[in-house]
Design a protein. Structure first.
Length: 572
């Protein structure tokens, strides 16, 4: 299995939380917490160390053996024992923003609440605020977090849904009589959060026979009550996730095309009036039985072809009024990858390993932007670490020659007053700066917006990182006035990041076109903490496309030479 340090850290953090939750000996907890700090500061992977080497680094022999067991098996007997003693919903409570394991223990043990619904009812009845150590503000925070969790129940990230669909499609492809398989619905529109796997099939086999064969697929359960002669409904799962599905069956190509088209677009897209008689796309499809392609369907409506990602009924019809639809960004348009982390801060791979992975995959440059000094929890770089890293970058760039380059960046914390997290003499040493908020997330819109704008107005800020700080399905992020922030970026020549992590995808795609209207460029940044995270640029690209992003408005679609000129000009 061979877990990375980052993955091991998550396991140890969970163990520490569970120890606190179960009221274990404080000295035992302190021992694990100390090991956790040491682990977060390691520049070498545990997976390549022996027990003796880990002891030399500073771990106890018992802790070293435990770490190696986690590397090998993905877990540890102590962790599994505590998990088995913890109700599932109590485990979920550990993810509630604003409370830690001790408060969760009080809710569980003192209030005898072990379900999410029970906790929500207690908050609504103001019983939590009566508990010692809680109060009205904490109760409100808990309730808000619970409501957010409940509203996202049964939903998963697009990246996970895409993987789930791929596994289902592979199994469907092995069944005789299925000619074509396509995702449709929100999955084809590539929404950031998915709650249904919708599939369109073209078949040349008896439906009843196919229904029976599909019903035999491993990990798939058919729900006869929700199904019909034309589609199957049920649920499908893999080892990590489960979602309901709806599989549509079509026996002719025209029927298949109509189904694919009619189930892809949102209602706002399909019901959009397209002429003076107020006909809509749905009616156009229903009245035309001789079309061969989706392009023909749009042609019948006197519209250019609209890519599936855009079919939300938000911007696509305005774009269609122009001389031609824009050519949306493709992953292959990106020339380099910015906003990445290494073992200098909290990354799993060294600077050279990350850069080499970029170079070996045909990119022209790599931008390193480890955490700044205030981010002590992420081993943020002190000033001496910055210059040590810059020295290594200079050495590596000399080795790479003209074919590839590492740009010197930092993810500088935006402090409470909007200042950046280094004095000017250090900030001036970087090629570029990603300015991000990581602390004090409980701001109101006025304060959050002012804090961001202050950072945007700093002449050293190059890119605004993950604008709202949201973590999809976990926290909404702090509220900001998007338009004011976009206007500030336009006024100060600051690029806006599309954080491509499938768990963030921030800035939200619904605001991308507003940035483009103000001539604000966007940068597809993976925020990668390990090599495999670099390829999250795929998800950032998909989100950019949903907002109408093109190559010419994408910052890291610039060539290495163009980027060098831009950074030099920006510094001047």
């Amino acid at each position: 299995m061979s877990l990375t340090n980052k993955e091991i850290t998550k396991k140890i953090k969970l163990l520490v939380n569970l120890l606190e939750l179960h009221g274990e000996n404080p000295f035992k907890i302190r021992g694990y917490s100390g090991a956790l700090q040491r682990l977060e500061g390691m520049s070498v992977q545990v997976s390549v160390c022996s027990e003796e080497q880990l002891v030399d680094i500073g771990f106890s022999k018992k802790m070293a053996a435990m770490l190696l067991e986690i590397v090998e098996n993905g877990t540890h007997e102590n962790l599994e024992a505590l998990l088995s003693q913890t109700p599932e919903d109590v485990l979920k409570m550990l993810n509630i923003s604003g409370i830690g394991p001790k408060k969760v223990r009080a809710i569980w043990q003192d209030m005898n609440i072990d379900t999410i619904d029970g906790l929500m009812e207690a908050c609504q009845a103001n019983r939590v605020s009566e508990m010692k150590g809680f109060g009205k503000k904490t109760e409100a925070t808990i309730l808000e977090s619970l409501q957010y969790m409940k509203s996202n129940s049964g939903k998963i990230f697009y990246a996970h849904a895409e993987n789930l669909f791929s596994q289902l499609a592979q199994k469907l492809d092995q069944i005789n009589g299925i000619l074509e398989i396509n995702p449709t619905g929100s999955l084809r529109r590539r929404l950031e959060i998915i709650d249904l796997i919708e599939v369109a099939l073209l078949i040349d086999q008896n439906r009843t026979t196919l229904f029976e064969e599909i019903g035999k697929i491993e990990n798939l359960t058919v729900n006869p009550k929700e199904s019909s002669p034309f589609y199957l409904c049920g649920s499908f799962h893999n080892e990590d996730h489960e979602l309901p599905f709806k599989i549509h069956f079509s026996e002719t190509h025209v029927e298949y095309l109509n189904t694919l088209f009619g189930t892809t677009g949102s209602q706002n897209h399909l019901l959009h009036s397209i002429n003076d008689e107020h006909a809509n796309l749905h009616q156009i499809v229903r009245n035309n039985k001789d079309i061969e392609t989706e392009e023909e369907l749009y042609h019948k409506a006197n519209l250019p072809y609209i890519e599936p990602e855009l079919r939300e009924g938000i911007i696509e019809f305005d774009l269609a009024k122009k001389e031609s639809m824009p050519d949306l960004l493709e992953v292959q348009d990106l020339k380099g990858i910015l906003h990445n982390h290494s073992t200098y801060s909290d990354g799993a791979n060294t600077l050279k390993e990350m850069a080499d992975a970029c170079r070996d995959n045909g990119f022209e440059y790599f931008g390193i932007s480890d955490h700044s000094q205030t981010a002590f929890y992420a081993n943020g770089l002190k000033e001496e670490d910055v210059f040590k890293q810059h020295k290594e970058i200079d050495q590596l760039n000399a080795e790479y020659g003209d074919s590839f380059k590492i740009f010197k960046g930092i993810e500088s914390d935006i402090l409470n007053d909007g200042a950046l997290d280094y004095p000017d003499e250090v900030l001036s040493s970087f090629d570029y700066i990603v300015a991000s908020i990581h602390s004090n997330l409980g701001m109101d819109e006025k304060k959050a917006t002012a804090r961001l704008i202050k950072a945007i107005e700093n002449p050293y800020t190059t890119i605004l990182g993950h604008m709202t700080g949201r973590i999809l399905l976990r926290r909404e992020g702090y509220p900001v006035d998007h338009q004011k922030v976009i206007d500030a970026c336009a006024a100060n020549g600051v690029i806006i990041e599309i954080n491509a992590s499938p768990y963030r995808l921030d800035i939200d795609w619904r605001w991308v076109h507003k940035a483009l209207e103000k001539d604000v460029m966007l940068s597809i940044n993976p925020d990668a903490h390990e090599i495999k995270g670099l390829w999250d640029i795929k998800y950032g690209t998909l989100i950019g496309r949903k907002g109408g992003l093109t190559k010419d408005m994408t910052f890291n679609a610039m060539s290495k030479k163009e980027m060098e000129i831009y950074f030099q000009s920006r510094k001047k």
